[in-house]
Every structure is written in C-alpha cells, then in structure tokens.
Ligand binder design. Sequence first.
Ligand SMILES: [Zn+2]
Length: 547
Amino acid sequence: MTQRSTPYPDLILYNGKIRSLAPSGAVYESLACAGGRIVAVGKSDDIRKLSGPDTQQIDLKKRTAIPGLTDTHVHLAEKGTAEKELVDCRDFYTEVHSIPEILERLKKRASELPKGTWVVAHGSPMQDFRLKDKRFPNRNDLDRVLPDYPVSISFGAHITVGNSKALALAGITRDTPDPAGGAIRRDPQGGEPTGELHERAQLILRKVMPEFNYLQLKNGIVFALDQCLERGVTTIHDIVRSGEPVRAYQGLFREGKLHARVSLLPRVIESHIGSRSLIELGLATGFGNEWLRIGGVKMSIDGGITGRNACFYEPYEDDPSNCGIIRIPQDELNDTVLKCHQAGLRCCVHAIGDRAFDMALDAYETALQKLPRKDHRHRIEHMGNWLSTPERMERIVRSGIVAIPNISIGYYVGDAILDCLGERRMTKSFPFRTLLKNGVIIAGGSDAPGYWPVDPLRDIAACVSRKMRWGEVLVPEERISVAEAFAMHTTTAAFAGFEEAYKGTLEVGKLADIAVLAEDPFEIPGERIKDIKVDLTIVGGEVKYQA
Ligand SMILES: [Zn+2]
C-alpha cells in the first residue's frame, strides 16, 4: 500500500454516473480515492474542491462506473500460462474445427523442436461434439503425424489424449489398470489404450510431462490478469494445485506487478499440495493481504461434465453404461472437510452431478454437526447449474452454504450438455430466479480462462437475457435482474471472499476498485451487456487498464 504523504486525494473521478451498487441504490457524480480506498463521494463540484496539487483528476464524461468485478472460480495461473505456452487447438479461440486441423498445428510446433521433445496442446471442452469428425483424436491419429515426439492434448480439465510415445513414457499399457477415480479408454476389440485418459488417469501422464516453471508462470499470470483488467475484473479466486504458481504470485506481488487482487484456493487431493499442508502451517482463510490471500481450499468430488465424468444417479443420455466418476470417497471427503472446517479453512467443494451434490451436502452437514459455526461460508462449486431440487435448496440454505454456479458453461457448451444429460435433467438448468427466491446465496464463477475468457459482463448478460452462444434462449423464466446479476460478481462475490467489509460496492471506506464502462448496463438490452467496452479499470485507486 502506498504511504500517504499529503492530506489530498490521489485520484478523483468526476462528471460520471457512479453506481455504488450498494443496497441503497445510491448513484454519485464523483468520488475521491486516497491510500487505495474511497474517501469521499458526492457532487462533482464538491469533490473536486478536495483536490491538491498532485491529485489526478479524470473526467468520466457522463460514463458509468461500477465496482470492480470479481470472478470467484478461475484457473488463472495454470490456464493463463497454458494459453501462452501450449499449442492452441481450442475452437472457441481459433479456427480449428477438425482433427486434421489439430494435427496440422501439432506438426507445425514439432517442426520447431528437436525430436523427442514434448509437444503439449490444449483444445476446448466437449470439442468432440463440435469437431467435423464428431470425435476426439486418438493415439493413432497423433502417431500418424508425430511418431517421434511424445504428444499430449487436453480437452478441458477432464480428458487428455496421448500418443504412443507419451503413453510409453508414462508406462501406460493394455495391462495398466484404471486408477481409482479415473479411466483409461480402451479399444473395444483388442483392449489397447486409445490414448484417451479421463480424470485421475490423466495424472499418470502428467507425472512425466514437463511442468511450467516459475518464469513461465509469472508471465502467464501477468498475461491473464491483463485480460481480466480489460473486462473490468479486479479480483479473482484462483484454484492452484502446486506451490510454483503460489511462488509466482508472491514474486509478482514483491515486484509490484500484481495488478489485480487474488484469493488463492489451493487444491488438496489430486494435487501437489497435501490435504493437511495448510493446516499444518496454521494457515486459515484470510491469511495474506488485500492483494494476495488464502481464500480456502478446493477439492473435487466427481469428474467434469465436459468429460461426461460428473457423477449422476442416472446414466448419461448418450452413454447408458456411464454414470460418471467419484474421485473422493465419502469417508475421505468427510474427514478432509471436517479437518479444514476445524482449522478455519473454508472449503470449496466441486460437485457437478446430483450424486456429488448429495455427498458434498452430507460432508458439510456432518462437519457442522460436530462443530457448529455460522460464518464458515463453505462453497459448492458448480451447484446451481442443474438439479437444484427443493430438498437440496433447503439443505444448502439451512447449512449456510454458498453456491457457485457457472452460466458460462451453459453459454458455451449448453447444447452439448443438453445432449448428454437430456431434456429432463436440463429443464431447470441455471435456475437463478428460483435459487434467489429460495434464499440460496449464489456468486458467479466462470471456470475460465483456457476454456473461454474471464468475462463477467458476458456472464451477466447471459443471466439477464438467457441467450446462449449456441443460439438458444435457455429457460427464460429463470432470468434475473441486471442488479441481481451484478451482485453475483460484486457484493455476493465479496461475501464469498469474506471481503464484504471493504469490497463489492463503491462507498466511502471501501477499496478503490472501479470499472468505468463505455455504456450503462442498466440502460441497454440485457443481451448487449456482454458487448460493453471497459474504458478504464482502477485497482486500489490506480489506473491499471485504459482502453
Ligand atoms: Zn474449475
């Protein structure tokens, strides 16, 4: 934090429409920031009188300012770095729409590398659904173009495909058993692995693949945080699964290059971070400072929906033998949740299928019975996307759990999910109106970047209009208001970060984290909110992005 040497504000915004997004609904013309916080709000003339010789003044020219936005569920360090380092085959970002086009890109990268070097690529989740070939590439496809390089390509977080060289390095053969919580896909005729690895089976390959180093991670984080700032995002909750990204974040903070605020959610279980590591160090939620802090721990009960590995009671519509994968048995889950709960570490449990929802609720209820505590703010990641039955809503409200739904998943791949879950399970998908009416606390998380960009304005537009990228208006009766959708990324998101005392609204005493928008989202059709340009992003009273 900058040391205050004068009694004057550092920055004044004036002649604007400053929407506080506080419950009062207050709108101001002007505000003043000092020492990273908002120190005064009011009429332009009154606030400008406070300025001193070094005060920077910005004329908003009637534009709208809102609190800086928060994305409560991202994989920023990991995916931001992947975006810089890996071969890009993602169809939401590139013109890759067939297996031959993927192979072309892999071949091009390999041509720049000595034989035997890893060629690592990433595609988009559920890309099999959209590729012309209507399937993922397999080891034979990859072998055909790159027999001399180990190749790995992931499609979302839950499926990775390796070629024969890669499988050989990892020691995966027809005799390798499926690991618990994972699956090695095999050729139905000969039983040979096809190269496609699901969930925990990916870890066998990952063990022999090169990891991103400290410098790559630092560059990747800066790159990805800049993209966040471009969309008015000033806080992210980042899921990390090893110490290296945490070191990279600390390095950036020390060097004054951490331009947005980061709440770390270290992943325990299926991670390089042991489930007891934070507890042993005595690190509880909130440790750190206003820029970089521990937000809690993350763990994943079931697989991902995009790999058809989320765990449901009933099988997938397009795969009647598959109900998904449970990655953490109930005993281990209950034990880990209880230990973290006792240690003051908020848990963020990923659950996508209905069987996983019930396991998460069971684990929280068991922990809360043993040690009742009101302000725990435990979360269920991805709950609120579908299958929010009255019974589940009642349980989640009774236990005071925060749900983190992801409209971005519906926006980008809702059509593919509809195909694999079926109409019935999707009838009430993303039922935000119903969730709010029943008192469920919901904050917005995008699961970006990598799959798609971090962009709460896009997600807010989808919540308000229900218009999805693939064309459909999804369950229009579950629309919520612009104010309610913004709350998911401002006030409620601040609550989900234990930071509502100093974040989420533009009021005196709060952090000066502000986004200046080219248009007023409250005065244009909901669908267009996603197209709003962010002109200026201010973090801690300093301009960190300018269009
Ligand atoms: Zn995630």
